[in-house]
Design a protein around this ligand. Structure first.
Ligand code: FMN
Length: 168
């Protein structure tokens, strides 16, 4: 059995890289882990625990992450689920805490997910497509604000909890 699913949703790879680091830490805890784009997840029954993260765009989660929660709500309610989102960039990104968008908050409550973690994001002007994205990615907010130590510490805590809660 694959013990843990780490699913991610984003547009320019920043959230996928966070998911990959989380998976690496979980593997260090002796867990078997599968990393998937949220759009590729058809079912979660085979996993004992799930970590799901989305990039924030205009205060929303990516639709494929929301769909994963909607379509698998019943199965997710029966397993430990950890949620994170990545987005804040610029000064203050490291300490920013973003609330879940309303629809996602309802789904999180329905599946009794653990408290959501906020991680800084990455805004790369070279990757921004479209006028708005280029505008958002310019100036002080441009750069990589993902705090790998915090991400690793969060993942390590999950690793310990999964080892306690899930018989493998
Ligand atoms: C057009 C646009 C809108 C964004 N809106 C938000 C937002 O509402 N809240 C936030 O915290 N970050 C926002 N961001 C920052 C992204 O969430 C951040 O760049 C993230 O790391 C992107 O992840 P990805 O590479 O996985 O797509 C926005 C970025 C762009 C380009």
């Amino acid at each position: 059995m694959t013990a843990v699913l780490v699913a991610y949703a984003g547009k320019t790879g920043g959230t996928r890289e966070i998911a990959e680091v989380i998976a690496e830490v979980l593997r260090d805890h002796g867990l078997s882990v599968r990393v998937l784009d949220a759009a590729e997840v058809t079912a979660v029954q085979e996993y004992a625990a799930v970590v799901l993260g989305s990039a924030l765009y205009f205060h929303r989660w990516r639709p494929e992450a929301v769909r994963l929660l909607e379509r698998n709500a019943e199965a997710l309610a029966g397993r430990p689920v950890w949620l994170f989102h990545s987005g804040p960039c610029g000064p203050g990104a490291g300490t920013a805490r973003v609330s879940l968008p309303a629809r996602v908050a309802l789904l999180a409550a329905r599946i009794d997910a653990e408290r959501t973690e906020t991680f800084g994001g990455r805004l790369d002007p070279a990757k921004a497509r479209g006028v708005v994205a280029r505008l958002v990615a310019s100036g002080q907010r441009a750069g990589d604000f993902r705090d790998w130590d915090r991400i690793r510490a969060w993942a390590s805590d999950i690793g310990r909890r999964v080892r306690i809660r899930v018989p493998l």
